[in-house]
Design a protein around this ligand. Structure first.
Ligand SMILES: Nc1ncnc2c1ncn2[C@@H]1O[C@H](COP(=O)(O)OP(=O)(O)OP(=O)(O)O)[C@@H](O)[C@H]1O
Ligand SMILES: [Mg+2]
Length: 357
């Protein structure tokens, strides 16, 4: 029996889901890869980035034109600006993912020696070059959580990708996708070694495009809820469907969390003959807030940042005086705290209490 997933990437066999690739512009992604482009995929937390990347990887590998590897570099965050340690983590992760997903042990056998010989500022470039040269099939590299890296470590990764870019596809990955919450162009990276702020766009000026993953449309929300109805017979009243839509505006995790809370946690509604009503949804919303679910808690934490407060406070209080720095605005939009469009308004990727039904 499938269920609404609220932790980690979706797996179609286990979870109700909107086909993850439908959420990307697949034709454009294919074109960018074919044209040997390096690009960014970004969206707020819990939107489905990793779900989409994993399915893209499996699709490309099944088609067989490319060797595609997904790597999550979040582990490099702990090393902060110790570039040696961070490169060790990234190379280790990359080798491990290659072994796991492609059964390719090439990197695993060479990266330690490459790091020892070339040092952390060249090792990634050199390892990717050797790996690309080892097989005529071009490499596609999907790097997730790129913005978990900071300062000199992030700069070193970006610069090594830029350095190898001219060698592609024979001597470097054909295409690299950098995935994170923010667009690399907007990063202002503080380099401790240079004691300077460096624009991400200048360290990685080879980026062709930035793709942004959106939230679910209302049709997608309904399609997701209908999967539960089809599999269990339990219906959501149209009021309940509407409430989920108005309260989440399609934010993917929230939609799943509300539906999961009503269908799988509440004893009353475990009876599948009992329809899910708008009241059930509102109760579920209250439960999620009370429990301080991780995703909500993380967003709430962001409200403590000065640059977030500078923008969010006047919006909430309705103050007339609104002078914002564009960079701050972009940052807060990337987090999903503000809606993408104009006029400026609070995004609904977090639950609002007390709104009339
Ligand atoms: N295709 C989908 N269909 C249904 N729900 C989805 C889909 N993609 C994502 N979700 C919902 O979003 C949640 C997060 O998915 P995923 O881990 O892929 O997002 P993410 O953007 O990588 O998150 P993070 O930024 O925290 O890494 C899932 O647990 C699920 O609730
Ligand atoms: Mg993710």
């Amino acid at each position: 029996m499938r269920f609404f997933n609220t932790s980690g990437p979706v797996v179609a066999a286990d979870h109700y889901c909107i086909p993850p690739l439908k959420r990307l512009n697949l034709a454009e992604v294919r074109r960018l890869i074919r044209d040997k482009r390096y690009f960014v995929l970004h969206a707020p937390r819990q939107t489905g980035k990793t779900s989409a990347l994993l399915v893209l990887r499996d699709l490309l590998n099944a088609e067989g034109t490319y060797r595609c590897v997904y790597v999550n570099v979040e582990g490099g965050q702990a090393g902060r600006e110790d570039v040696e340690q961070v490169m060790r983590t990234i190379l280790g992760e990359l080798a491990s993912w290659a072994r796991l997903t492609l059964r390719d042990e090439f990197l695993d056998e060479i990266w330690v020696d490459i790091l020892a010989k070339y040092g952390p500022h060249v090792a990634l470039r050199e390892a990717l070059t050797r790996w690309a040269q080892a097989d005529p099939k071009s490499l596609v590299l999907l790097i997730d959580e790129i913005d978990a890296l900071i300062g000199d470590s992030l700069l070193s990764v970006l610069r090594q990708l830029r350095a190898g870019y001219v060698l592609r596809p024979g001597g470097f990955p054909q295409s690299v996708v950098l995935c994170g919450v923010r667009d690399v162009r907007d990063y202002r990276i503080h380099s401790s070694s240079a004691n300077a702020i460096i624009a991400g766009g200048s360290a990685f000026n080879i980026k062709a495009r930035s793709l942004r993953l959106g939230d679910f449309s209302q049709d997608e929300v309904i399609a997701l809820l209908n999967q539960h109805t089809e599999e269990t017979g339990q219906i959501f009243t149209s009021d309940a469907q509407e409430t989920i839509w108005t309260q989440t505006q399609g934010q993917p995790w929230l939609v799943n969390a509300l539906a999961d809370e009503t269908c799988f946690h509440d004893g009353d509604t475990a009876d599948r003959h009992r329809p899910i009503t708008a009241t059930d949804i509102r109760n579920a919303q209250e439960q999620l807030i009370q429990r301080r679910e991780t995703h909500l808690d993380q967003l709430a934490d962001k409200l403590k940042e000065d640059r977030v407060q500078r923008i969010v406070e006047p919006l909430l209080s309705g103050a007339e005086e609104r002078r914002f720095i564009d960079r701050d605005l972009e940052y807060i939009r990337d987090l999903g705290l503000l809606a993408q469009d104009r006029p400026l308004r609070i995004g609904q990727s977090h639950l609002r209490r007390g709104r009339p039904a």
